[in-house]
Each structure stands twice: as structure tokens, then as C-alpha cells.
Design a protein around this ligand. Structure first.
Ligand SMILES: *Cc1c(COP(=O)(O)O)cnc(C)c1O
Length: 464
């Protein structure tokens, strides 16, 4: 299995190399040269497999020769052995039609653990026996930072520097990062906004003084291995609802289009997915793109669903590439146009291709709150605001009600206690496994919002 870049000007690479690289050198994103396909019999055979075994079988064609099947199995067992629920991704039925897929049973209570726990192990495995020390640098407004730190803490030949905007993440989110005490974990509180932190990270990847002395890598969802790991839970849940003999639909609360793109990949691989609903909050660039073809970025408006407060959705490029006939130079031109004017139109082929599988919805604050209340009143389930956006979109979709509709529950309600309490009068408790968060020691470095200060700190503290 080889991977190509969406912008057509980078050499094809294997799984190991795309995992280490993250972004392609031509600025594009990696995709498999062709989609592996599962027969109905292969899908049916997953019915007897637990989550770790399902993961190994679904990931095997993507991993190719980079790992033996035995090694891959050992990694998925370790990664998913750390989840608090034996099913890893359990499902809850809300009424005759609607289901939740609970993706928040990992160590940091959001779905990002599912991919990052595996990615941390993949980094360590691929670095073993090499001279390379990998330095991961990222900026976080919340969930990605804690999931990435938990995944690499204490691992060999990897260190992580995570920037967060000082005073602008919740106490739970900050403590989930800063109470991880390990020599290879460096939390940096920046005097500035998330956008300032993100801009510094981008600048570091383009800074010769940095890239000539340390090997940088990224853990955001541009990394193909993260998306591949997310394909697994579509297979795992669809099979439990009757696939391959019965179609299933999914509603996905969306920001960077990573999670929902993984659903698209599952469908391309042969899983009978009848529909994918792209659920956005009022930062609705994806809803506008899919409903009218207008992909134009506005300014980000903060909401109660911060992980979806995004105006430029990196992984959408992968969809446009695949739907538009995989023409790298055309995508490079389309994206250059977008980068210049912050706006572009989808082509007819892209719009028609998307319309075959996707619908979209824009869910505002009131609809989100109403959705939290409905889950509590109708089914006794407390759900977080991101999940509520997905569920609101699912409940307003016009798909045949005989088809089971699964909403991705992307965060534990206790990560967003205030919003849940406002809608239901109930305050969700933090699970026992993170309960001592407020008693543990915190460790982080405060730095001014100054690029040179951050760069010098990273250079002084990373392993060569
Ligand atoms: C990251 C995140 C999302 C958005 O996922 P994308 O893959 O970026 O579309 C939704 N909900 C929660 C809780 C998240 O952490």
C-alpha cells in the first residue's frame, strides 16, 4: 500500500513514512493510492471480533508491509487495553431509531484518544532501532493536547511540546495536560490566544533553524494514521447493527472534517453506510459548502462546542481530491485560490459526488441545548454539547427511519459540566479514573507571546 499527496507533487510513501511525516512536502495531505475493499463475507466475519481485533483487521490493508499482522495486533491490544469500558466503543440506544456511539471511554474523555493512543505506539515502534528522536509540537484549545500528551508520555525517542493559551482553556482541560509529569512532556502556557499559539507552531515547521537541528512531527488530524484508526469504529458499530446485511447511517459533529472523512473511507471500503450527516455549529463553512457549493471562511465565533469552532477544515481537501477525480494539480490550484481569497466554489463533480452520501446541518445554541434536554428526558442520557449538535442534526434528517441512525458521542459530558447542567439541572460527575485531577501537582512553563522565546525553549529542551 502506497500513499499519494492530494497536491500531486510529492513522491508516494508507505504507511510508516506517512505516519512520521504528517503533512506532505508539497503542502498536500496523504491518501492511499486506492481504497482497500472488504467483501460482505469479510465484514460479516468481524461480528465475532472484539475492538482490538477489529482494529487490526481493518487497519491491516492500510499498514501494508510496515508492520506484521502480529505486531499490529500487539499494538491495538495495548492501545485499546487502556480504555475504561470493555467494549472500548459501546453503543447506547436512545429510542427506536437513534443510537449513540460512545467514543469517550479513553484516558482523556474525548474521541481523540482512540486514534492518539495508537499513534503514540506507532511512533515509538517506527523509531525503535533508528537514531531519530522525534519532537512533536502542537497548539491546543483543549481536547487534542491532553489526548496527545497522554499518548506519548514516557515513550522512548519522542518528546512533546504543547502550547495552550494561558487562562483560556477550562481547568479540567488544563489539568489533564499539566498533571502529566514525565521528562518528555513540556506544557507551555502562552500569553496570547489559541490562534497566536497555532501561528507559532506553523512558523516553527517552516523555520530552518528549527528543522535543521530537530525532527518535527505533528499529531493533528492531517496525520493519515489518525484517520485510519477512526475508520475502525464505523466497522465495529455497523456490524453490531446488522452490516453487511443492513445499511446504517451516522451523524458526525464536525470541525476539521477528520472524523466524518473516516466514515467516508469506511463507505469506500464496502461498509453499507446509507448516509453521513455533517453536523456543524454556527461556524458553518462545511454546511455551506455541502448545501450550496460555497466554501468561504468567515471569522470564528466562540460557542459552547469549542472543538467545532473552526473556519478552515483541513481534511475537506481529502474529500475534494477523491471526489474530483484525484487530480493533484487541479486541487493544488483550487487550494491556492482558497488560500489567497479565503473562498472557493466546489466543482460540479465534487458537489454531485458529495450529494450521493452526505447531508449537512447547522445547529445553533438553542437547538444544541434542546438536544441535550431531549436525550435526558427521552432516554435518561446526559450528553455533551458536541454530541448534542450531532444528535440534533440526526433528529432533523429526512432519511428513511427504518435505517438505524448513529450519532458519534465525541466527548464525555463531564468535560462540559456547566453546559450540561444548564440544560438538564444535572451536573455530570467526572469519572473516578480522572477524579484526582484536582489534587495532583501541575507542571508547565509560562512564556510570553513571542515566537523567539518559544522556539528557543523548544530547541533547548528537545533531544537531538
Ligand atoms: C475534535 C472534536 C470534534 C471535531 O472532530 P473533527 O475530526 O475535527 O471533525 C468534535 N467533538 C469533539 C469533542 C472533539 O474533541
Amino acid at each position: 500500500m502506497l500513499y499519494q499527496s492530494t497536491r500531486g507533487a510529492a513522491a508516494p510513501l508507505d504507511f510508516r513514512s506517512v505516519t512520521m511525516a504528517g503533512l506532505a512536502p508539497d503542502g498536500g495531505l496523504y491518501l492511499p493510492q486506492s481504497w482497500p475493499e472488504f467483501t460482505a463475507d469479510q465484514i460479516a466475519a468481524l461480528a465475532g471480533c472484539d475492538y482490538a481485533e477489529t482494529a487490526a483487521r481493518v487497519l491491516a490493508p492500510f499498514v501494508g508491509d510496515s508492520l506484521s499482522m502480529e505486531e499490529l495486533r500487539a499494538l491495538t491490544r495495548t492501545a485499546y487495553g487502556r480504555f475504561s469500558h470493555e467494549a472500548v466503543v459501546p453503543m447506547v440506544q436512545l429510542d427506536g431509531r437513534h443510537w449513540l456511539m460512545e467514543l469517550f471511554h479513553g484516558p482523556t474523555l474525548a474521541f481523540k484518544d482512540i486514534a492518539l493512543q495508537l499513534l503514540g505506539l506507532l511512533f515509538e515502534r517506527f523509531l525503535r532501532g533508528t537514531e531519530t528522536n522525534l519532537t512533536i509540537v502542537g497548539a491546543t484549545s483543549g481536547d487534542t493536547g491532553s489526548a496527545a500528551i497522554d499518548a506519548v508520555a514516557g515513550r522512548q525517542q519522542v518528546s512533546i511540546f504543547m502550547l495552550h493559551p494561558q487562562g483560556r482553556v477550562s481547568d479540567v482541560q488544563r489539568r489533564q495536560m499539566t498533571t502529566v509529569i514525565a521528562d518528555n512532556v513540556h506544557n507551555i502556557a502562552i500569553d496570547g490566544s489559541f490562534d497566536d499559539a497555532q501561528a507559532m507552531v506553523k512558523r516553527m515547521f517552516a523555520d530552518q533553524q528549527v528543522t535543521s537541528s530537530i525532527t518535527l512531527s505533528a499529531v493533528n488530524s492531517i496525520n493519515w494514521a489518525r484517520l485510519a484508526a477512526q475508520v475502525v469504529y464505523y466497522f465495529y458499530t455497523a456490524v453490531r447493527l446488522g452490516a453487511p446485511h443492513r445499511p446504517v447511517a451516522y451523524s458526525v459533529p464536525t470541525g476539521n472534517f477528520g472524523d466524518v472523512f473516516a466514515g467516508y473511507v469506511a463507505q469506500r471500503m464496502g461498509l453499507p453506510i446509507a448516509r453521513l450527516i455533517v453536523a456543524t455549529n454556527i461556524n458553518d463553512i462545511l454546511h455551506r459548502a455541502l448545501s450550496t457549493g460555497d466554501y468561504s471562511a468567515g471569522t470564528v465565533v466562540p460557542t459552547a462546542t469549542p472543538s467545532m469552532d473552526i473556519q478552515v477544515s483541513s481534511n475537506f481537501e481529502r474529500l475534494l481530491f477523491d471526489l474530483g477525480g484525484r487530480n493533484g494539480s487541479a486541487i493544488a490550484a483550487q487550494m491556492a485560490g482558497f488560500e489567497a481569497s479565503k473562498a472557493m466554489q466546489l466543482t460540479n463533480a465534487q458537489r454531485q459526488g458529495a450529494a450521493n452520501l452526505f447531508t449537512s446541518a447547522r445547529i445553533d445554541q438553542d437547538m444544541m441545548a434542546q438536544s441535550i434536554r431531549w436525550a435526558w428526558d427521552a432516554a435518561g442520557e446526559l450528553i455533551d454539547p458536541h454530541t448534542a449538535v450531532g444528535l440534533a442534526a440526526a433528529r432533523s434528517d429526512d432519511l428513511d427511519p427504518a435505517i438505524p441512525m448513529v450519532t458519534l458521542a465525541t466527548a464525555h459530558p463531564a468535560k462540559f459540566q456547566d453546559a450540561v447542567e444548564r440544560s438538564t439541572g444535572r451536573r455530570p460527575a467526572l469519572p473516578a479514573r480522572v477524579g484526582s485531577l484536582f489534587e495532583r501537582e501541575e507542571r508547565y512553563t509560562s512564556l510570553p507571546g513571542d515566537y523567539a522565546a518559544v522556539r528557543d525553549f523548544v530547541l533547548a529542551n528537545s533531544c537531538r
